[in-house]
Design a protein around this ligand. Structure first.
Ligand SMILES: [Zn+2]
Length: 80
């Protein structure tokens, strides 16, 4: 009795390729269903940290840093 192997259909794999990431024709803009008053989110321009830090601008050790435009800076380097 010959052994018959049932091979999975290749059509399933072919379907997967249709979902390849990189097709940028489906960019979805964020739904504009938020109101600023509801989110209450603001850029953390005055984020404050306390600890053993080093200023990203003057490289001085400091116990207090401010988060300024992606960098932690000492109070002397913080731009107000
Ligand atoms: Zn500094």
């Amino acid at each position: 009795m010959p052994t018959e192997r049932v091979r999975p259909s290749v059509t399933e794999d072919a379907k997967l390729t249709d979902f390849e990431p990189g097709a940028d024709d489906q960019e979805v803009e964020p739904a504009d269903d938020r109101t600023p008053s509801e989110t209450g989110l603001q850029a953390p321009t005055a984020a404050y940290a306390w600890g053993d830090y080093e200023c990203d601008r003057c490289d001085s050790p400091t116990e207090r840093v401010w988060h300024d435009e992606g960098a932690f800076v000492c109070p002397a380097c913080k731009r107000w």
